[in-house]
Design a binder for this molecule. Structure first.
Ligand SMILES: *[C@@H]1O[C@H](CO)[C@@H](O)[C@H](O)[C@H]1NC(C)=O
Ligand SMILES: *[C@@H]1O[C@H](CO)[C@@H](O)[C@H](O)[C@H]1NC(C)=O
Ligand SMILES: *[C@@H]1O[C@H](CO)[C@@H](O)[C@H](O)[C@H]1NC(C)=O
Length: 165
């Protein structure tokens, strides 16, 4: 299953690369800037992908795109295995959900680089008629085990500390 996931990601990135090569013009990032979304934007995309996922398939795809296989998770000071964390999310179901990010702090590992770092986020999720308030501290690194092309985003979450009321 893991091999299948890597394969499909690989194909996805290769086809994007092929697509880009076929364009009649070349998109080049200005010198010194990165085409990667900032660590904070990436974190917001992660929250939307998993917290506001419309279905179990979408949630699973979101977790695979953002959580390292080897992630260490703490939920209200309890160590939770990756599979249990995913199961917890699935057990909550998929009512219409909106995520509002209230506050973030971003500390890149290397100054001005979006490749790796720590993001702390405070957010509010309106899940159906309920409201959940939570904070997450995320340790984001490059996942060198991903066998995807150089154009792909290789950032994954290796540490996730969640506090939720
Ligand atoms: C997973 O994480 C543990 C603890 O951080 C580390 O010792 C181990 O080498 C990691 N395994 C992989 C495959 O990255
Ligand atoms: C976070 O944002 C939501 C939506 O705007 C707001 O209702 C809530 O009061 C905010 N929470 C804090 C602690 O600022
Ligand atoms: C990071 O960017 C700021 C603002 O552009 C600049 O002043 C600083 O020198 C840069 N630091 C490094 C290590 O590149």
């Amino acid at each position: 299953m893991v091999a299948l996931r890597f394969t499909s990601l690989f194909l996805l990135c290769t086809s994007f690369t092929a697509l880009a090569t076929n364009l009649p013009y070349k998109v080049t990032a200005p010198k010194g800037t990165s085409t990667l979304p900032s660590l904070t934007e990436w974190t917001k995309n992660f929250l939307t992908a998993v917290v506001a996922a419309p279905s179990e398939d979408a949630a699973n795809a979101g977790f695979d795109a953002y959580l390292a296989d080897n992630v260490t998770i703490s939920y209200n000071d309890m160590v939770v295995a990756r599979a249990d964390y995913v199961a917890m999310r699935v057990a909550h179901g998929f009512p219409p959900t909106t995520v509002t990010v209230n506050q973030t702090i971003e500390v890149p590992t290397v100054a001005n680089s979006s490749q790796a770092g720590i993001v702390s986020v405070f957010f509010t999720a309106a899940i159906g008629s309920q409201v959940a308030i939570a904070s997450m501290d995320l340790v984001i690194k490059q996942d060198t085990s991903l066998r995807t092309g150089p154009g792909c985003d290789h950032r994954r979450i290796y540490g996730l500390t969640q506090v939720q009321a």
